[in-house]
Design a protein around this ligand. Structure first.
Ligand SMILES: NC(=O)c1ccc[n+]([C@@H]2O[C@H](COP(=O)([O-])OP(=O)(O)OC[C@H]3O[C@@H](n4cnc5c(N)ncnc54)[C@H](O)[C@@H]3O)[C@@H](O)[C@H]2O)c1
Ligand SMILES: [Zn+2]
Ligand SMILES: [Zn+2]
Length: 366
């Protein structure tokens, strides 16, 4: 099959036509990939080159092509949204309905099955399944619990952005922070992740959504999704602007959707006494936080929360998010600024780095 292959850290992806894909094992499915969004996390893996060769792409939709034994909740031909964290269904995390705490699902970071194998190969050598999905490719094989059936009338090119950006962003608001009606919310970074956080906060009924990004076009999109106040961090100081906008109190919630320890600190400093900062962005592994713990966490009772994939339980949250889209409350089409064929994946990655548009979606067959 055809795929975009990362062969060395930091290098452009290579379009190749000679990837072999295994038939699904027990409790797995073979998916014909329809569409895949390009997320910043793909580029983090690309630039790190942790394991190569790898097929990146983890924000995908497609059609079930073949079922492994034991799969009963899907049928060949079903339309599905794929998720990077497929819950095993039987560990302690899954018993709590916390898919993002499932030990088996968390092995996604190794770009392989829990037993170390991968469904892809090239010339007999393993090719890794990037971020648990590997969807910059015509087909992928993944655990059946990582494929969530959607209604056949939902456009697959729109639904794919649920796989990562929307699960993570809307989930960060609903599941991690549990933003309540009337809350004041700060969102730093307005790529696919930040746009989804702004949308989720609007659905949750936030009274004020203060959105910050140096990219003017992204601020404009955030405004159309419900942001009430816009900050250009290259000219305005975030913390003092948030203080001004909230009557000197600070915001109830701040979300880092950039991936920077310095911005997490700004989030903590821009929230009120008892306020909550959520770290959604993936800051570089070598960055640490320096926090005046006694004042900020004891006296001021602030909270700092981690967030992986919006703490979503895929079969519960993906249909919920599609209902929000169907009823006009989640404008997924507005996230999707560019549509490109798989062969133009490097152009899409360049657009992400240039903050050109919000999300580029690849048409895998196109
Ligand atoms: N927690 C998770 O499960 C999860 C899931 C997916 C992605 N991520 C991470 O979330 C982050 C965002 O992903 P994305 O795909 O939206 O990325 P993106 O590159 O499309 O967007 C990042 C945005 O941050 C903006 N930015 C840069 N510096 C800023 C500053 N000082 N203040 C405000 N904004 C600033 C950029 O202009 C850009 O618009 C990445 O770190 C990604 O790896 C985390
Ligand atoms: Zn992602
Ligand atoms: Zn589990």
């Amino acid at each position: 099959m055809r795929a975009a292959l990362l062969t060395a850290g930091g290098s452009p992806l290579e379009i190749v036509d000679d990837i072999d894909v295994e038939e699904p094992r027990a409790n797995e499915v073979l998916i014909r990939v329809s569409n895949c969004g390009i997320c910043h996390s793909d580029t983090t893996v690309q630039d790190g080159g942790y394991s190569v060769p790898t097929i990146l792409g983890h924000e995908a939709s497609g059609t079930v092509e073949m079922l492994g034994s034991g799969v009963t909740h899907l049928a060949v031909g079903d339309h599905v949204v794929l998720t990077p964290l497929a819950p095993c269904g039987h560990c302690a995390g899954c018993a709590r309905h916390e898919a993002t705490e499932c030990g088996e699902a968390l092995s996604f970071a190794s770009n392989a099955r829990p037993d170390g194998s991968t469904p892809f190969s090239r010339g007999g050598n393993p090719v890794w399944r990037g971020l648990g999905v590997g969807a910059f490719a015509e087909f992928t094989v993944l655990p059946a619990s990582g494929a969530v059936r959607i209604e056949p009338d939902i456009p697959l090119d729109v639904a794919c952005v649920i796989g990562c950006a929307v699960q993570t962003g809307v989930g960060a608001v609903f599941n991690t922070a549990e933003v309540e009606r009337g809350a004041t919310v700060v969102v730093m970074g307005l790529g696919g992740l930040g746009a989804a956080i702004v949308s989720g906060a609007a659905v949750a009924g936030a009274s004020r959504i203060i959105a910050s990004d140096p990219a003017e076009g992204r601020r404009e999109t955030a405004s159309s999704l419900g942001a009430t106040d816009l900050i250009d961090p290259t000219s305005d100081d975030l913390v003092s602007t948030v203080m001004d906008l909230t009557g000197g109190q600070g915001a109830d919630y701040a979300f880092d959707a950039v991936g920077s320890a310095a911005l997490v600190e700004q989030g903590i400093n821009s929230t009120r006494v008892g306020g909550t900062t959520v770290m959604v962005g993936a800051s570089p592994i070598e960055e640490s936080l320096t926090i005046g713990a006694a004042v900020l966490f004891m006296t001021m009772q602030k909270r700092l929360l981690g967030c992986l994939l919006g703490a979503c339980w895929p079969s519960r949250d993906i249909p919920l998010m599609l209902d929000l889209w169907r009823t006009g409350r989640l404008d997924l089409e507005r996230f999707i600024s560019h549509r490109l064929p798989l062969t133009d994946v490097n152009d899409g990655i360049a657009k992400l780095h240039a903050t050109d548009g919000v999300r580029t979606v690849l048409d895998i067959a196109g």
